[in-house]
Design a protein around this ligand. Sequence first.
Ligand code: DP6
Length: 357
Amino acid sequence: MIDQDFILKSYNSKVERGSVKWSSPSNIALVKYWGKRKNQIPENPSISFTLSNCKTITEVTYTKKKSTEFSFEVFFEGEKNEAFKPKIQTFFERIESYVPFLRDYHFNIETSNTFPHSSGIASSASGMSALALCLMSIEEDLGVDYADDYFNRKASFLARLGSGSACRSIEGELVVWGKNKSTESSDLFGVRFDGDIHSNFKDYQDAILLVDKGEKQVSSTLGHKLMYGHPFAKERFLQAHDNLDKLKDILSSGDLKEFIKIVESEALTLHAMMMTSMPYFILMKPNTLEIINRIWKFREENNSNICFTLDAGANVHVLFPKAEESKVYDFIKSELVAYCQNGHYICDSVGNGAKRL
Ligand code: DP6
């Protein structure tokens, strides 16, 4: 499919008002997206587990209007929110040619997260995917009839233009984004991983340890830009392709030891890219490293399959098979919680994607 396939050509502009509501999850990448080209095209493919509990719930009410300016208000957790508006304005500008009714209506966007706002958890994946899905449902209200497949693809295509990783939040349980030789995928939208998934990876657990709940010093958007002219960029992009090929086989064979190697190496490589860009920066905190070392020790001593991954921040995602759930939570409570800000962590697991409410 190409960009043009996502342009909405005609719709019933007589519809006066309506309301749609979606819940959309966050996701955690196993092979990381870091570096992009113009129009939110990723430099390398990525794959993620869709999460289940960390979600954004968004309701959009639309009312026909006369003026041709974009018009919208945002309410976050019940309160009017000005801070989110510029990002949504940019999103509307980027997607306008695919969703031409944006100027015909005023939108009231009411949104809330199931996870604490100041948790350092990126809400852009769940937030932008929920908004994209609402716009897709409005398209349907305006009389466009979509097959499920196309609906999800266009929702993911639009979400990508809001935030790259958001395109991996529409479906579950594993989603691939970015062209590569081993899976059916596209640079324009995320698709469900089409390979076999061994039972070891069913219902995989993710305990998110909140090490630092503050705003991070360097945004992902800036971090992506620093991959231009980065001395290791070329090798890194090739490595991501290679890791995705390997992960495809691992997901089908159920080899947990090999899974751990790829996932931890991807997390550390992501942070190594940050530390070797110009300007360089470090998003890990001393407690991030403390937790990583304790995970390694616990794994060694208990013959466990626990491992970690990181996104662009200090928080640690602790990944483990369902079968180890009680053992790992005992470990988290007795040892790791001491390194979390105010002892906070979130229990999550792999989920099935967004839902219309
Ligand atoms: C480190 O999707 O937040 O989480 O496209 O600029 O919105 P933008 O960036 P974003 O980048 C996320 C990067 C990551 C890795 C990943 O999720 O693959």
